[in-house]
Write a protein that binds this ligand. Structure first.
Ligand SMILES: [Zn+2]
Length: 359
């Protein structure tokens, strides 16, 4: 197994997220329901962790879903015995896309590819995200604050990792590993790569790159594994560059072939938003997406991935009771999902509760 494979590096982490965190979550929710809490939200991260290593169609992934389903049945039966009615809404914040990773396909990673095209700089890569440690820390700290008995046990087990009453386990500080001579930093999030120049605080523009390093972007995007590169232009704002065409985000103008074909009807809309983030990278690089095989090429060494565009990763779901219909005109992006949940909460808390039976 690859030493960077998270399952190989942190086998206990997977046990913790898949089994222990699920139990802690269910236990906490049951306590909340018997205690009459108005609303509660819990994150079940085990499925995400397992599918990163096994893929969404694996037996391991399906097994986790079955076990989660059993827990939801348990919560439903507790809800039936609770002093007040409860509705269960289940949602995912993203799906996962699959396929061999970029490195498995082409024998080099994104850092090495960028280095080939930017020889003047030392390119440093951080090709592994630590999503799971963040999830573990949130749950552990939540339990510690809300449950005195388990809290004491966790504090003892965490030992030196407790600082100011908060547990911080497994977090590797990016800043500590940063080489001072690195001129370019490459970060990976699934099949999305983020490229930052370190020499200045403002974003480099398409015009500057073309002036200083003619052909760099075109050459980068010609690699078989790359779908498109998004860069800020001083004349056009966000520009998405594909192998045979460009998409100008400020006026939705397409030159040649549309590089966003196959990436879904909302691709340009999402990219316009990401391109305006104050901490936007100099380049967003997305792998190809093959519509026929439904595959992407992750820049992290993960079988299942999310973070970029293409495939199931941008297709989350909400499973909601019939008595709580969707009222948002369209559910696209986190803001509209948030509004929908606030609407349901206001409806339920402001008016007599509809009976959950027949959901
Ligand atoms: Zn994930």
């Amino acid at each position: 197994m690859d030493k960077h494979h998270r399952g190989g590096k942190y086998p206990l982490l997977r046990v913790f997220t898949a089994v222990i965190m699920r139990e802690l979550n269910v236990y906490t929710l049951i306590g909340d329901m018997f205690g009459g809490v108005k609303s509660a939200y819990a994150t079940f991260v085990g499925y995400d962790e397992v599918t990163h290593h096994s893929g969404v169609e694996s037996l391991d992934a399906l097994d986790i879903l079955r076990k989660l389903d059993e827990q939801f049945v348990r919560l439903e039966s507790v809800a039936a015995d609770a002093a007040r009615p409860y509705h269960l809404v289940v949602l995912s914040d993203h799906g996962q896309s699959g396929g061999p990773t970029f490195k498995q396909r082409y024998g080099l990673d994104l850092q090495e590819l960028v280095q080939q095209h930017a020889r003047q700089f030392l390119v440093q890569g951080f090709m592994e995200t630590n999503e799971s440690w963040g999830n573990v820390n949130v749950v552990v700290n939540d339990v510690m604050q809300n449950d005195k008995k388990s809290g004491k046990w966790i504090k003892r087990a965490a030992g030196n990792n407790v600082q100011d009453g908060e547990v911080q386990v497994g977090e590797e500080e990016l800043a500590d590993d940063l080489k001072p001579e690195a001129g370019i930093i490459v970060l990976a999030s699934g099949n999305l790569g983020l490229v930052y120049g370190t020499k200045r605080d403002t974003r480099v523009t398409l015009e500057e790159i073309d002036g200083l390093f003619p052909g760099l972007l075109e050459n980068l995007v010609q690699h078989e594994g790359i779908g498109w590169v998004m860069v800020q232009s001083s004349a056009h704002e966000g520009v998405v560059i594909g192998k045979n065409g460009r998409y100008y985000l400020n006026d939705d103008r397409i030159e040649g072939e549309n590089p966003l074909t196959g990436f879904g009807p909302n691709a340009a809309r999402h990219l316009k938003r990401y391109n305006q983030f104050p901490d936007a990278p100099d380049l967003y690089i997305n792998s190809f997406y093959n519509v026929e095989t439904n595959e992407v090429a992750a820049f992290e060494e993960l079988i299942g991935c999310h973070g970029g565009m293409g495939g199931y990763q941008t297709r989350p779901f909400i499973l909601h009771p019939k008595v709580l219909p969707i009222t948002e005109p369209e559910l696209v992006g986190a803001a509209s999902v948030y509004r929908q949940f606030k609407h349901w909460l206001a409806e339920l808390q402001g008016s007599p509760l509809p009976a959950p039976a027949g959901d």
